[in-house]
Design a protein around this ligand. Structure first.
Ligand code: GLY
Length: 346
């Protein structure tokens, strides 16, 4: 399955629905996508399920509400669920589909850049549990992903940049030309046609990686670049007045992990500096000091990517030359945090 790109959500979705047979159609929305996106989709005879917007609602409670409504409205194993929303909604809707009657089919219509280039593709579904992100979930791929590039124009800056961090990651994992193109993109004067073209290539990079290893036993771990330190920064920021959006945490995490790549695998210094500068120019800074290192380290030890409590990194020897299952000492990790603070002036 390759995602479908379209400029008109109605046309794109209708085309997909014509090719799938189902007895009943369900559409999952949140307050925002119901107001802004659903009016653009003329789907007749669809049963609507509404959930609350925001990561705090990515919970078992919300999941129960979706199961309940599917059940009340007579969904069967041959029903189809269409998820219209950002990553929180597509992850939760995907998990509801994975589990209802042991699995029904679903289509994702991602409405944020992060969901387009990452969450909606690759079959990772789930909800938060016990204070941990995506702790309960399953691999269950969407029948189809419909990407309406028109939505890119309507996103606010944090949403654009949050998704773009995952695109930078895909650039680092693929080749120098694509990475350089991403580093040259000017967010002060965004060229949307060019962005759209890069989004398409970015999704295909993820798609190729996921196809090789759908259940993340090897090659898919490449996609964790920037996420070991990124997730620690994201969780750490939840206790602060301004929590970090996921992609911002990944951008700062990538800056740290590229330094670790330089330290351990000789990743080129000029490319490290250029990436760090781009992140600094576009994402600003997230401040912490050396008193926070122990807490950040403890958060890294809880990462679900670890095996036997050993912190697991994905690092790069070069752009496009990725090494999974890399370890680093506590001192090396603290040196990365020093590098970050020095580079970002915090
Ligand atoms: N977000 C990383 C993955 O899909 O594997």
């Amino acid at each position: 399955m390759s995602p479908i790109f379209c400029d008109d959500i109605q046309e794109g979705l209708q085309g997909v629905l014509r090719d799938i047979s189902f007895d009943k159609l369900f559409v999952l929305l949140d307050e925002q996508t119901e107001k802004l996106c659903f009016p653009l989709v003329q789907v007749s005879d669809a049963h609507i399920i509404r959930i609350k917007f925001g990561d705090s609602n990515k919970s078992i409670d919300t999941l129960c509400q979706v199961w309940q409504q599917l059940s009340d409205m007579g969904a069967s194993r041959h029903s189809l669920l269409v998820n219209i929303g950002g990553g929180m909604l597509t992850d939760l809707g995907g998990f509801a589909a994975a589990t209802f009657k042991r699995g029904i089919r679903y289509v994702n219509v991602p409405t944020t850049l992060l969901a387009m280039v990452d969450a909606s593709v690759g079959g990772k579904t789930g909800v938060n549990f016990n204070g941990l992100k995506n702790e309960i979930g399953a691999f269950h791929s969407a029948q189809q992903v419909v990407i309406n590039t028109h939505f890119l124009h309507t996103l606010d800056v944090p949403n654009r940049l949050s998704g773009y961090a995952e695109m930078i990651k895909h650039g680092l994992l693929s080749n120098t030309a694509h990475w350089a193109e991403l580093m040259a993109f000017d967010w002060q004067r965004p060229d949307f046609a060019h962005l759209q073209d890069m989004v398409m290539r970015s999704v295909l990079i993820k798609q190729l990686i996921v196809e090789k290893d759908p259940h993340e036993s090897g090659a898919r771990k490449a996609l964790n670049l920037g996420h070991t330190i990124g997730h620690a920064l994201e969780s750490f920021s939840f206790g602060q007045p301004r929590p970090l959006p996921h992609g911002y945490a990944v951008a700062f995490g990538m800056a740290c992990e590229l330094y670790l790549s330089f330290l351990k695998l000789g990743f080129p210094k000029d490319k490290l500096r250029q990436t760090v500068q781009y992140v600094k120019d576009n994402y600003g800074v997230f401040a912490f000091n050396c008193k926070h290192y122990d807490s950040l380290y403890a958060l890294m030890t809880h990462d679900k990517k670890n095996t036997a409590n050993i912190i697991n990194f994905t690092l790069l020897a070069q752009i496009g030359d990725c090494r999974i299952n890399q370890q680093a000492s506590r001192d090396e990790i603290f040196e990365c945090l020093d590098f970050y603070r020095e580079s970002f002036g915090v």
